[in-house]
Design a protein around this ligand. Structure first.
Ligand SMILES: Nc1nc2c(ncn2[C@@H]2O[C@H](COP(=O)(O)OP(=O)(O)OP(=O)(O)O)[C@@H](O)[C@H]2O)c(=O)[nH]1
Length: 541
């Protein structure tokens, strides 16, 4: 064979013949084909499970979740023939590959540039569209002040992406005084798309009346599992509910060695304080100033559960006075760094009832003011904050008011949506009055509701127990928040007790015949979970 010259002509003839390869069943071993209706039914069932805040899709990585998304946009992007015709790219007469440019000469370029300029609406227009922020007048020219970019920098969002990637469950910490204002709906939507488990945690519930918290919780529950929380190492509220929920997630995600829980949210909403509360000691730096957390931080809660603290993030918005004002009121920027803090007091006065201000600053009951400047003048003189010549130092007084506002010393809350809608009918008015009287009862002497007052009665708030023991036994009872009422034996043990718990469990399981008990294995799939095996079996995927 090696002594002979290869017959090139014969080889050429042979290679020109059409060659067929025998198809093999094994090539398709990994493939399933299903009918269109079944595919549609599968999509609907899974989508229902994904959308439902009380169900968790287990093993989503093993399910064809990408089938849920519409792939049309992807397909259109890959439609090469619409970009260049086949003849130009693949045929024998194809032209040499060249960069596609908009115009071939200078005049063409000019024309294209003019066309683009016509369609240009203004800077940040896309942001305004995306975040629904209306432009308004900027009386003092605040726009562009560096401090208003707090939480929007690339570095901070880089930290957020790291936390999101590393987390299995994301806890969005919201401020109970303004839960909707401290939400980041775009981010939540993106996380849902990525099949991450999202939990909303309404923190600082001690600063608002109980009925407000209750209504916000039932409103937010429609979208995500939501819990009320008061971060405090010595006197927490909702801690056990949160721990139970995290533990349930840890149980659900059994195949993972560790379950990582990321704390995300606006600056100063109390993310670090929530972690400190769960750990029962100060492991993260918490301070009444925004931007205290600079980089992400890992904290081991139990052997299975890890917590991730994230710096506060702020979604980008149009830089105008309204947006800046909203940021000041949400506590995103430090009051001492504002150039003209008195500009924001008008908004504070609109939101806070006069008696609260009178009481807070110990002003006489008959004090009146027409605008924010007058109020600040009265306050400055009362506090002895004066400038040269004996006039009131308006900016210092304004800073004091903003400090108090940001630290929750001035009572304020955004009305839950039900109130705004309900005002029309008399019976709704009655309910509103009931709520208001409840609020009045809580803060009787117009003082800021104390933690005890605010938390009183909160145990009735429906709390999320995705897969409670009772549920497993089929007694789907609503699980009340046992945070304040649970006995030591009921409460979820962390730290030292948690370290002990698995040992005891192991011992108990191996008692008797020496083999681990299989009782728990016999439990039917938890209600609330999507029984993915059944779904897959049913649809043959
Ligand atoms: N009244 C009250 N204050 C709280 C609560 N939780 C946190 N705070 C206070 O809110 C302030 C901010 O808390 P942090 O834990 O530093 O907030 P953060 O979200 O980590 O802030 P960044 O570091 O800016 O991201 C601190 O002064 C806390 O004492 C709460 O439940 N009730």
């Amino acid at each position: 064979m090696y002594n002979k010259k290869p017959d090139r002509q014969r080889m050429k003839e042979q290679s020109l013949k059409p060659v067929r390869i025998q198809p093999d069943r094994r090539w398709f071993g990994n493939t399933r084909v299903i009918a269109q209706e079944k595919m549609q039914a599968f999509r609907e069932t899974i989508a229902k499970g994904v959308e439902d805040p009380f169900s968790v899709v287990l093993k989503s990585s093993k399910l064809p979740m990408s089938l849920l998304c519409d792939t049309e946009s992807k397909a259109s992007r890959m439609d090469l023939l619409s970009v260049s015709p086949y003849q130009e790219v693949f045929s024998k007469k194809r032209q040499q590959k060249r960069a596609k440019i908009a115009a071939s000469d200078l005049e063409g370029f000019l024309e294209a540039a003019e066309k683009k300029a016509e369609g240009y609406v203004g800077d940040k227009s896309s942001l305004v569209d995306a975040f629904g922020v209306e432009k308004s007048e900027d009386p003092a020219g605040h726009a562009g002040e560096e401090i208003f970019n707090k939480g929007t920098s690339r570095r901070i969002w880089g930290e957020l992406y790291k936390v999101v990637d590393a987390s299995d469950v994301l806890v969005f910490v919201l401020d109970a005084r303004d839960p909707m204002g401290t939400r980041c709906v775009q981010l939540e939507r993106e996380l849902r798309r990525r099949q991450k488990h999202v939990v909303l945690l309404v923190n600082k519930v001690d600063l608002v009346p109980t009925w407000v918290t209750r209504r916000w919780i039932s409103e937010l529950m429609k979208e995500f599992p939501t819990l009320a929380f008061h971060a405090s190492i010595t006197n927490p509220f909702g801690k056990n509910s949160l721990l139970n929920l995290l533990r349930q997630f840890a149980n659900l995600l059994k195949d993972k060695k560790h379950v990582t829980v990321g704390m995300v949210g606006y600056p100063n909403v109390g993310k670090s304080s929530v972690i400190n509360t769960l750990k029962r000691k100060k492991v993260c730096k918490a301070a009444p100033v925004p931007g205290e957390t600079k980089v992400w931080q890992y904290i081991a809660l139990t052997r299975k559960l890890y917590l991730l603290d994230c710096p506060g993030i702020v979604p980008p918005s149009a830089s105008d006075f309204d947006a800046d004002c909203a940021k000041v009121l949400k506590g995103v920027v430090r009051a001492e760094r504002l150039k003209t803090p008195s500009d924001y007091i008008h908004e504070v006065l609109l939101r806070v009832k006069k008696p609260y201000l009178l009481q807070r600053y110990r002003l006489p009951a008959d004090t009146t003011w027409n605008d924010s400047e007058e109020f600040l003048t009265i306050l400055g003189k009362k506090m002895g904050k004066l400038v040269k010549g004996g006039d009131a130092d308006i900016d210092t007084a304004a800073r004091i008011v903003l400090y108090d506002w940001q630290r929750g010393r001035i009572p304020y809350f955004t009305a839950p949506p039900e109130i705004q809608e309900e005002k029309e009918t008399p019976e709704k008015d009655a309910r509103l009055a009931e709520g208001a009287s409840e609020a009045a009862a809580e803060g009787e002497d117009l003082s800021i509701p104390s933690a005890a007052q605010s938390l009183n009665g909160l145990s009735e708030i429906p709390c999320v127990h995705v897969f409670d023991e009772e549920d497993r036994r089929g007694e789907a009872t609503p699980a009340p928040d046992k945070a304040s009422s649970s006995t030591p034996s009921q409460s979820f043990a962390v730290n030292d007790e948690e370290q002990e718990a698995p040992k005891k469990k192991r011992r108990r399981k191996t008692r008797g015949n020496g083999r681990p008990s299989t009782r728990s294995d016999g439990v039917a799939p938890e209600p609330g979970t999507l029984d993915w095996k059944a779904v897959v079996a049913e649809f043959g995927i």
